[in-house]
Write a protein of this length. Structure first.
Length: 221
């Protein structure tokens, strides 16, 4: 069952802040007009306002008006962007994605990680359960690039561990004994999306990820 949190509070707070800013600018704009009108009505006909000074005031008037219009347009753009982000996030719910990470779910005796190595190496794999206890250690050869490592849920003692959350750590060395960097990724289903966050947050394997963390989407069989 998927869940979606609605009524984004961040968006609401942003809108309130923008409304207050627009109100303040509009108040200043009105005050400026009143001062300019009063000045024109009460100037001495025999000694009218200097042309340059009057022109400068008109320029200021135009700048304030332009700022108000720009703020309105920016508010519209921000609202459209937030709506687009929410729509994109919702489209991920139920999809199988790949993200950087080392913790995934063992389900029906199978857990899969993607290992990415910079070059061929011999890797030592350590898998721990949710309490931090080591349940499996083993060695495997990795090639340059990305490959999957599938664990069948059996520990070194032959015990079949129950479904749950498990974390994999990989260290590797090349043929000369030099350390080789190996990164881990997990493949899992997006369970839900939290639209109250900005940007929206996806829940994957009980952990939160923003959309930019997604490496690729895997087509369901």
């Amino acid at each position: 069952m998927t869940t979606v949190s609605s009524v984004p509070t961040t968006t609401t707070n942003t809108n309130v802040s923008q409304a207050l800013n627009n109100t303040e600018i509009a108040s200043n704009f009105t005050t400026f007009l009143q001062l300019l009108t009063t000045q024109l009505k009460n100037q001495d006909p025999l000694s009218p306002m200097d042309t340059n000074q009057f022109t400068q005031q008109l320029v200021q008037f135009a700048q304030v008006e332009q700022q108000m219009k720009s703020n309105d347009e920016l508010s519209t753009l921000v609202s459209l962007q937030q709506t687009a982000q929410a729509t994109a996030a919702l489209s991920y719910v139920g999809s199988t994605v790949v993200v950087d990470g080392s913790t995934t779910q063992l389900s029906s005796g199978s857990a899969t990680w993607s290992l990415t190595s910079t070059k061929p190496a011999n890797a030592t794999i350590t898998i721990t359960d949710s309490t931090g206890q080591t349940v499996y250690t083993g060695a495997t050869a990795v090639s340059a690039g990305t490959q999957n490592f599938v664990w069948n849920g059996h520990g070194n003692n032959g015990q079949l561990y129950p479904d749950g959350t498990y974390t994999l750590t990989a260290t590797a060395v090349d043929a000369t004994g030099q350390s080789v960097a190996v990164s881990t990724q997990i493949q899992a289903v997006v369970d839900s999306v939290d639209l109250t966050q900005n940007p929206p947050v996806l829940s994957i394997n009980g952990q939160n990820y923003t959309m930019d963390k997604i490496k690729r989407i895997v087509k369901s069989n």
